[in-house]
Ligand binder design. Structure first.
Ligand SMILES: Nc1ncnc2c1ncn2[C@@H]1O[C@H](COP(=O)(O)OP(=O)(O)OP(=O)(O)O)[C@@H](O)[C@H]1O
Length: 371
């Protein structure tokens, strides 16, 4: 394989007419890193990927591949392999011919000989575990197999960077899960700089070394999966990554006034006095049976490994969602109608910013239930 490239994005901006698709994006990706671009629809993920690829040009900013100014180079010169959601395989070509395509169209001085192409293609098919499918045509393959062919084809040119745009988006949940684990293993073997776009938080957190959370054309946070999930920097990232209870409250002396819950660990510094919002993950909501408690259990869902409860706080506060492992629930056996006390194991406080745009729960992907 060719040497992997580091990618440096500096101050990149891109407009489509008057619409700002990317604004002042700075990002450094190390050679050999596996990075996810994660964000809601329209946040600019694909635009950034296309700029790195050379399929789109920014209005401002710089892009370096290692120390080379990539904006001076066309798509072909950047040594980049792509895989897109809709496996754009050539239907009239066999799997072998599809994978060989990138090699056959290389300039003559770089093009390997026929025998070398054949053996390289076979090695790649073995690598993506479809060595027995070389003579088939795309219409004779499953979706997961086609995506493996697309990957083998991208790898054939020995790219310095591999870019994947929702590579598994069109596949069903089970195949998708298998393929992403396999992609992680493949990446660990090849150590190639890889950037993939997804709007699926679980996919990003499970697969990537680092996750870049994009919103409205800006980078909201960059960090390891633990960092972005465990310590979201702002309400946008909190809302986007995982289920969360949002508790409106007043802030006094930097502390939230939430009369019905004891808060064990408060995160988030510097909330101003005035209106604020407390963010609490469902697994940090702890319930105790208490006949004099301020809340009532309204719903208990016991299907699956995690039990999900909804709790209504007396005095009209919104319903809180709590989650606990089955074995913990077995010790309590809450049922609808039980009065309970409420404790927040950890909560994060942000001041409400005038005009701030929060996602509605309907915007949130429910895949977080598994987290
Ligand atoms: N060629 C174009 N002309 C006009 N607007 C565009 C063009 N390409 C993208 N946009 C707009 O720029 C914004 C960002 O698009 P982009 O495809 O980067 O988003 P995304 O985060 O990848 O979204 P999705 O998850 O839906 O693919 C969108 O609002 C999109 O409509």
């Amino acid at each position: 394989m060719a040497q992997s490239s580091a990618i440096h994005v500096k101050g990149i901006g891109k407009r489509f007419g008057s619409f700002v698709a990317l604004s002042q994006v700075d990002l450094d990706i190390r050679a050999g890193e596996l990075v996810a671009l994660l964000g809601p629809s329209g946040s600019g993920k694909t635009t950034l990927l296309r700029i790195i690829a050379g399929l789109e040009w920014p209005d401002q900013g710089e892009l370096l591949l290692n120390s080379d100014n990539a904006l001076r180079r066309g798509v072909r010169e950047r040594q980049i392999g792509f895989v897109f959601q809709h496996y754009a395989l050539f239907r009239h070509m066999s799997v072998l011919e599809n994978v060989a395509f990138g090699l056959r169209v290389m300039p003559r001085r770089r093009r390997p000989g026929d025998a070398e192409i054949r053996s390289r293609v076979q090695r790649l098919l073995e690598l993506v575990q479809i060595g027995h499918l070389g003579d088939r045509y795309p219409s004779q393959l499953s979706g997961g197999e086609r995506q493996r062919v697309a990957l083998a084809r991208a790898l054939a040119i020995e790219p310095a960077v591999l870019l994947l745009d929702e590579p598994f988006g069109a596949l069903d949940a089970k195949v998708r899960k298998d393929l992403r684990r396999w992609l992680r293993q493949l990446h660990d073997r090849l150590c190639m700089t890889t950037v993939f776009v997804t709007h699926d938080q679980e996919e990003a957190l499970e697969l990537a070394d680092r996750v870049v959370v994009l919103g409205h054309g800006r980078i909201e946070q960059v960090g390891t999966p633990e960092e972005v999930y465990g310590a979201p920097r702002n309400p946008f990232v909190f809302d986007f990554l995982g289920q969360v209870n949002r508790v409106r409250c007043q802030v006094r002396g930097g502390r939230p006034l939430v009369p019905y819950a004891h808060i064990e660990q408060m995160n988030g510094d510097g909330a101003q006095d005035g209106p604020g919002t407390l963010y609490v993950r469902p697994h940090d909501v702890v319930l105790q049976r208490d006949p004099a408690g301020p809340a009532t259990v309204r719903f208990v869902g016991v299907v699956g490994p995690v039990v999900r409860l909804e709790v209504e706080v007396i005095m009209g506060a919104p319903v809180l969602e709590a989650e606990m492992p089955h074995h913990v629930y077995a010790g309590y056996r809450f049922t609808a109608g039980d009065r309970v006390s409420v404790r927040f194991r950890a909560a994060t406080l942000f001041s409400d910013v005038a005009g701030e745009q929060l996602l509605s729960p309907a915007d949130l992907s429910l895949t977080s239930a598994a987290l």
